[in-house]
Design a protein around this ligand. Structure first.
Ligand code: PNS
Length: 165
């Protein structure tokens, strides 16, 4: 296997990001420290019924990741491995919050490895304050008027409140 010592490592952090939470941002901060280039890739997932349009999700991500110069935000569709190859990425970064995430993530990582063995999935652990946090729960809280202030960046809180009001 060729050594990675002399080349910049591009990692892709794929997901729905509907919307980005402080847990995602925690992982982006960790990934930006480790990898030379981190591409946050928003999936155009036709199966799900998203609250935010892809364009809105990208806008929010771009705003909240602006300070990291090695972080980019893109949209992808189709197979993640095709997209990763097209971007010359050697790593896919995914977060694991609890054991319950592991089974799904393992399945996906192994399938991705079967499709493209040269791309590694790297699992990262978010800070423990975010171990229970998900976009799904944040949306539910927002719809029901619950507290979301400490769970998402202020811009996302604003957009969420506007969306559900
Ligand atoms: O934030 P999510 O919804 O858990 O992200 C899931 C995502 C977008 C990473 C996953 O569904 C994906 O990679 N979709 C792209 C299609 C693909 O490559 N499927 C095969 C994966 S084994």
């Amino acid at each position: 296997m060729p050594s990675a010592a002399n080349r910049a490592v591009t990692a892709i952090y794929p997901g729905s990001f509907d919307p980005v939470t402080n847990g995602h941002l925690d992982l982006i901060a960790r990934g930006a420290m480790i990898f030379d280039r981190l591409i946050v890739a928003v999936a155009r997932n036709l199966e799900k019924d998203p609250l935010f349009e892809v364009k809105e999700r990208v806008e929010m991500l771009e705003a909240v990741t602006f300070d990291w110069k090695n972080v980019e935000v893109e949209v992808f569709e189709g197979l993640l491995m095709d997209y990763a190859r097209a971007r010359n990425a050697s790593v896919v970064m995914r977060g694991i919050r609890a054991v319950s995430d592991y089974e799904y993530e393992l399945q996906m990582a192994m399938m991705n490895r079967k499709i493209e063995p040269s791309i590694e999935t790297v699992f990262m652990l978010p800070g423990e304050a975010y171990s229970y946090l998900s976009s799904r729960l944040v949306k539910e809280l927002a719809r029901l008027g619950g507290p979301i202030k400490s769970l998402v960046p202020p811009l996302v809180e604003e957009r969420l409140r506007a969306k559900v009001s």
